[in-house]
Design a protein around this ligand. Sequence first.
Ligand SMILES: C[S@@+](CC[C@H](N)C(=O)[O-])C[C@H]1O[C@@H](n2cnc3c(N)ncnc32)[C@H](O)[C@@H]1O
Ligand code: SF4
Length: 506
Amino acid sequence: MVRRTRVSGRSILPQVGAEPAVGGLFDTRYSTLASNTIDYWMLPDDPAMTEQRVWASIENAPVLEDASLQIYVHVPFCAQRCRFCAFSGGNTLDFKQAERYSRLVVLQIREMIERSQIKGHPIRSVNVGGGSPDLVGAHIGYILEAMRGLPGCTDDTEFSVEFTLSTTSREFIEELVRYNVTKASFGVQSLDRAVRGYMRQPRGLQHLEQVLGWIGGRIPAVNADLITGLPGQDLRTVQSDLQRLMDDPRINCISSYLLTPGAAPSLLAGLAGHDLPPLPSYPEQAMMRLHTYSTFLRNGWVRRGTNTYVNPQRLDPEIVQRIAGNECIGTSNYEAFLIAAGPQAVSYLPGARVENSVNIDGWLTAMEAGEHPFHLPKCNDVPQKDTALWVFPLRCESLPQQRFDRMIASEAITADQLATLAAFEREGLVIHNNKGYELSILGEVFMGHLVHDLKQAAGQRAVDDYIVEGHALGRAISAGAVADSNEANNRQIALTLLNEESSKDA
Ligand SMILES: C[S@@+](CC[C@H](N)C(=O)[O-])C[C@H]1O[C@@H](n2cnc3c(N)ncnc32)[C@H](O)[C@@H]1O
Ligand code: SF4
């Protein structure tokens, strides 16, 4: 039994657990960086899941106090096959389907909203991501117009669209301007020619110059994605990449991600087969993260959502407030609704996780037949009322005291979780102040670990299994048992291929 005391504005955590474990990186308990930075919301597979249960979980998701609504549209077309890409497994080059696809993805969003009780509540953000949404070409206008027409879409709704520099056209950018997109976002990852080559990205950056020229200051927020921890990177290149982008007056938003190797078996295969240089060591990776956060801090850039930083000198404060910055990744608390459509897209509603099938032809055919092609084993209807506790390391809002108190009052958090949070506070990874709990800068370096360790056991197991599975796939690709294609980076497909291979062997 854990005894708690309530002192207004002060930590109420139980003083249990061992003294701070030290000796790891920066004298924390951790000697590695987290190998997962994306798939935190997973739970163990449910082989007994049915379509009926999925719909019931969508329809019954309650609209609770603090409910919010975000929309995500996934576009599965892409002409590149970046080795690190956690999303490339669901990609196709068949963008001739763009018109058909655009119509059906809108249909799926409309139907999911229609059947959920959140219908009509204000929509905080609409994010079109991928893949390469630019490959839908002018159909982006149809998608954006349909999203503007959704019940709950207001003048305050953020509209953000991702695209790939090498395939974007001037016409596509003109459509984003015409439909008043508030944020345009593209991946750079690294400016270093060698690193880009290893990652199978175009080595030159002429596309960056061209696209920034086309935008010409007409889209308020312009975001570039960077990754740290890629093979071949060192602290020097990470520093100069960040500085070059921060110095560019046309860029006012930068998202810096820590590589999730476990989500990219194709990259793991390259490492296992020695056709890539090794990943930077963990101390080097930790320095890259620390350097990145401290550079943003020193230069007055402010955090939004998960890994996005904004230069408030170059952006209207009203637009800064609109930037949700969590894209398709997941929701920030149990009460929130993230309704997502398209192959591979995942929706999160209170008590519902709904993953779409990644088979694009199957998805299109099923949607046309009036069915919703969910990938049932990965869907679940388990309430995770403690979501705000383990998600807060990812969020710029941190964990407001009131929300924490409510989770305690409803017994959503276990004694083990409270003890873990107390230990983080004693170790200086988490800070408690009169607003609630927030990460220290060290906490930011290890945020993936913190999210994992604050979860309950079943959720931790799902994340761990996913990483182990990623490494097994990497070894299978390297041994030639599974082809090194985009598909290898998607579990729905890659595991089937792996199982087929092992049954041939047996
Ligand atoms: C899926 S991409 C879509 C954007 C667009 N296709 C592009 O690459 O320009 C969104 C971002 O996710 C990040 N990302 C993808 N895979 C990742 C991984 N395994 N680990 C960390 N970040 C990753 C990259 O920074 C990428 O730019
Ligand atoms: S990161 Fe590369 S492979 Fe992934 S969606 Fe973007 S361009 Fe395509």
